[in-house]
Write a protein that binds this ligand. Sequence first.
Ligand SMILES: Cc1ncc(COP(=O)(O)O)c(C=O)c1O
Length: 494
Amino acid sequence: MKTSTGVASSLLLRLDARSPTPLHEQLFEGIRARILAGALAPGLRLPSSRQLATELDVARSTVLQALDALTAEGYLVARAGSCTRVAPELPGLLEDRSRSLMNRSSRGPRLAASTRMPKAAPVGAPRLGAAPRAFRPGVPALDLFPTALWARTVSRVHARASTGLLDGGDPSGHAPLREAISTHVSVSRGVRCSPEQVFITTGTQQAFDEVLRLALNPGDSVWVEDPGYPGVRRAVLSAGGRPVPIPVDGDGLDVAAGLARAPRARVALVAPSHQYPLGVTLSLARRMALLQWAGRTRSLIIEDDYDSEFRHRGRPLTALQGLDDAGCVVYVGTFSKSMFPGLRLGFLVVPPSLVDLFSAARAAGSAPASMMEQAALAVFLAEGHFARHLRRMRAAYRERGEALVDALVSECSGVLAPRPCDTGMQLCASLAAPLSDLRVRDEAARLGVEVAALSDYFLGRRRDAGLVFGFGGVRPDALREGTRTLARALEAAW
Ligand SMILES: Cc1ncc(COP(=O)(O)O)c(C=O)c1O
């Protein structure tokens, strides 16, 4: 077998017959690189293909293939019956290119004046590794997810995919999934809707972005819960709105404070069934007051219902949307908790008056999420696997939540007071004065435990110190072990 070819001395090129890269591609790359480096000057006449083939000891067809490709890309010009030359119009472009290469580290494309580099460490627990560990908030029980069953469902859907599905489908979402979601939220969350009101998203953040961009004029005020989910603030700011922090107490968002601070706000963004991070529920009186305000001022309420399926005992509380007679609530759901965050699927339920607008906005853009994953999820729901998984998760979160509360009571009593926890996969505990939650968070991270500081979640004045524990993704024994380590961190921070 030939292991090397000749050298095109006229072009200072050498090809390698042992390389897995075909010879014509090597020749193409070699000539292109020398042109871009300025070693083959614009207008330079190349040796004939016959001469190059002889010098390189390759077939002439190999040379012709490379020269044709370089001509097609504009590096060479070839006139019929004449020689091949390096394109004469390259000099300016090449100079610009070498200048821009020199400047590459100092400059990039111009961006909007408001663009800032996001903070490297987002609010929440410091991440100490890839695998979920005590007490990373927001992580569901990934260890209990029926991965094999999901994989079989996905592969079945792929194997039977229609051309309609392969072609991209409806940008509002896969119709069977919209239908399955509409049935599910009607039964389990008391949401009143038809499938046309359901729009598939890539998760909560996209839902917030989409609604806020349609609802807000630049500078419009938006009520946001304080303390609250940091993703809410980010979405309001990026849609050009002004987040107005509204305090949250034991009855949820303080609607009277909202009315006093920003009565003409365009949007209120709330998690009424299970507020993040305090875990409180919006009282019925406040639900009614909020709906009355929105109906009167024609404002929009965005209901973030991220994890209230997981009421540990009894029926999940019904959604605010179910009480909305004026059509001012957009309900936002996600499969990040009920399935797994990497799935990146969620949904919006919009009031009937906004269905056409949302359909048109989607039709003007593109489908936000993979149709295949949507189709697989539709099957997962329709075949009852989702409901079964939810039931198992509810029991697991009850067990994990109780294990954490018991451990906190026995290891950290007098310092940490856990708030009641009957829903979801995280818990907030108040911290006794004069301990700083930020200091405890940092001490805990030093000992290998992730816990979030409540004061990180305030947008306005920090009113309370506390710790936010995620327990969903962690087994009971690891929760107990983590609590013992946390007790040492509390001592160190005292
Ligand atoms: C309050 C709240 N809303 C929504 C979400 C889910 O976000 P996404 O659907 O974008 O994954 C989370 C996740 O942690 C959350 O804590």
